[in-house]
Design a binder for this molecule. Sequence first.
Ligand SMILES: NC(=O)c1ccc[n+]([C@@H]2O[C@H](COP(=O)([O-])OP(=O)(O)OC[C@H]3O[C@@H](n4cnc5c(N)ncnc54)[C@H](OP(=O)(O)O)[C@@H]3O)[C@@H](O)[C@H]2O)c1
Length: 196
Amino acid sequence: VIGIVGGSGDFGQGLAERLRRAGNEVVIGSRTPRGDFVSNPEACRASEIVFLSVPPGGVEATARELAADLAGRVLVSVAAPIVFRNGRPGAAPGERSLAETAQEAAPAARVVAGFHTVSAKALADPDLTLDEDVLLCGDDAGAKEVVAGLVRDAGFDPVDAGGAERTGDVEAFARLVINLAYAQGRGPFVYRFEPR
Ligand SMILES: NC(=O)c1ccc[n+]([C@@H]2O[C@H](COP(=O)([O-])OP(=O)(O)OC[C@H]3O[C@@H](n4cnc5c(N)ncnc54)[C@H](OP(=O)(O)O)[C@@H]3O)[C@@H](O)[C@H]2O)c1
């Protein structure tokens, strides 16, 4: 079972649809459980793999609140520190990456950073073939392999981008890629990192 904390948002909804289409069972978590949405702790407890799909400003507090429920789970950190000003993505500088922040807040979780460059709009478009690479970073090789499997399930190609120390680079890279897509009038963007 795959849980998506904050899965009521655009990214979580799109990802849930793609993962379900690939045959996975997906549980959506929310701060306000309603309808098909369960509480975030419930989504964590029901799942072996959990996506932390809340806005950057909510990562630390959410990971801390859910730390006990996340113990032993693979935790996919998808947040990038991007702040939109006048409709353009810009930097929200921080000393630590959001993935490192999540790891510190939920020490027993097996954090893998990834999916930052996957567009929610692209996920939501069923006619779009998502021929793109997904960079994954983390120190837990087993957890990274599990997430790589999900990346393939969702129709992407996983790329091992290094350990936890690389997560800040990947989050910043996402900001660059999204900036380029906006500047070039492309959207939803699809990105390839490796030459084919
Ligand atoms: N949008 C994209 O194209 C995209 C692409 C790649 C990665 N991402 C990353 O994916 C994450 C989610 O993106 P999104 O566009 O789906 O975001 P979003 O719609 O702004 O937020 C997702 C959900 O998080 C919950 N939430 C909001 N504020 C929160 C807070 N302070 N603390 C805890 N939960 C909160 C809300 O759910 P409830 O009210 O139901 O709890 C909301 O529906 C972000 O970190 C983003 O950087 C997004």
